[in-house]
Design a protein around this ligand. Structure first.
Ligand SMILES: [Zn+2]
Length: 342
């Protein structure tokens, strides 16, 4: 799908020019943000929207499926023409799904980038019981990433973004395994996009989060998201390490950032896949990405539970977990190794 994509140092300074090139804006534009983000950045975005349409505002205070549907209903009932989302994953996922349901164009303006959801065709929202659910939808119509804003965002989000990109390593291998087992079809172009995203980041000779590094990281995450759209499945960037993270989200009362969980999952799955992973450990340490299970608040019991349940979160998804026999003793040993290595 076509997407207007601007990843630039001071991208938001050029928003006026970019908006003027979006044809057919002349009606209502729904601006969606959360109140804190709006206080920080709203003044840079809203005046541009007001130049091109009638500004309507919605502050997001939760991220349930029901809430996204309510916004979709508002969009349909009041003839909103565009939806502009400003914020992090929660705001953008609500927008992504509301835009998809209401068949409205979504202009995404992220203030943090902590995973590849920024450009993926998947929204993660909460069910009525508070559990997360991944919903298929469309990638944004336009994406405006201001690298200065991202570079100055809290470092934990940048570190989580590193973790999500590195997880392509085990996801791609699981995809190959699934194809060899005749459970999936390989989409070579999507495979190339995801592995390029991984290699771009690994190939970075930076040891600090500066402008060049931030640019590479954002490009890698955007490319990963688009790889999933290209493949028509999450397989290029989501294997057993993501199943493990889904289990943590489902079973733990306080899961942590997706990017940290999948990076931890990647180390575990690389062990099970019998593959080299020291370079991943080195990379994580270089950027001070701490995914020690103890730091993430994952106890040995949590780990054993979530590893045992991981497969059941997406039963149709063939991964390394379909090829190995897990038991509590073996998982306890892996947990101890992780506490040592990470
Ligand atoms: Zn991910």
């Amino acid at each position: 799908m076509e997407c207007i994509l601007k990843i630039e140092k001071n991208c938001w300074d050029n928003l006026d020019i970019y908006f003027s090139s979006l044809v057919h804006i002349n009606g209502k534009i729904l601006y969606v943000s959360d109140e804190n983000v709006d206080k920080l950045f709203g003044d840079r975005i809203k005046p541009v929207i007001e130049k091109y349409g009638v500004l309507k505002t919605q502050y997001v205070d939760n991220n349930t499926i029901e809430y996204a549907m309510d916004i979709a209903e508002r969009i349909i009932a009041t003839d909103i023409q565009y939806i502009v989302g400003l914020g992090g994953g929660k705001v953008l996922d609500v927008c992504k799904y509301a835009a998809y349901v209401s068949k409205t164009k979504f202009i995404s303006i992220p203030t943090i980038i902590s995973n590849d959801g920024i450009s993926s065709p998947i929204a993660v929202l909460k069910r009525q019981d508070g559990k997360p659910k991944s919903l298929g939808c469309a990638i944004p119509y336009a994406l405006f990433v201001d690298l200065s804003v991202i570079m100055n965002s809290p470092s934990k989000y940048i570190k989580a973004g590193i973790g999500d990109t590195l997880s392509n390593y085990t996801a791609l291998y699981d995809w190959k395994l699934a194809c060899m087992a005749k459970k999936e079809t390989m989409k070579d172009l999507a495979y190339l996009m995801s592995s390029t995203a991984l290699d771009t980041l690994l190939g970075c000779r930076f040891d600090k989060v500066d402008y060049s590094f931030t640019k590479s990281l954002v490009q890698s995450l955007v490319l990963s998201g688009i790889a999933m759209d290209f493949a028509g499945t999450s397989r290029p960037c989501s294997g057993a390490e993501h199943l493990f993270s889904h289990a943590l989200d489902y079973y733990l009362p306080h899961p942590t950032l997706h990017g940290f969980q999948v990076a931890l999952g990647s180390i575990v799955m690389a062990k099970l896949q019998n593959r080299e992973y020291n370079f991943l450990l080195k990379y994580l340490k270089q950027f001070d990405v701490d995914i020690n299970p103890k730091t993430l608040g994952i106890s040995k019991d949590d780990f054993i539970l979530c590893m045992s349940k991981a497969k059941s979160l997406r039963p149709g998804k063939y991964t390394i977990l379909d090829m190995v026999e897990l038991n509590d003793e073996m998982l306890a040993k892996i947990y101890d190794e992780l506490c040592e290595e990470l």
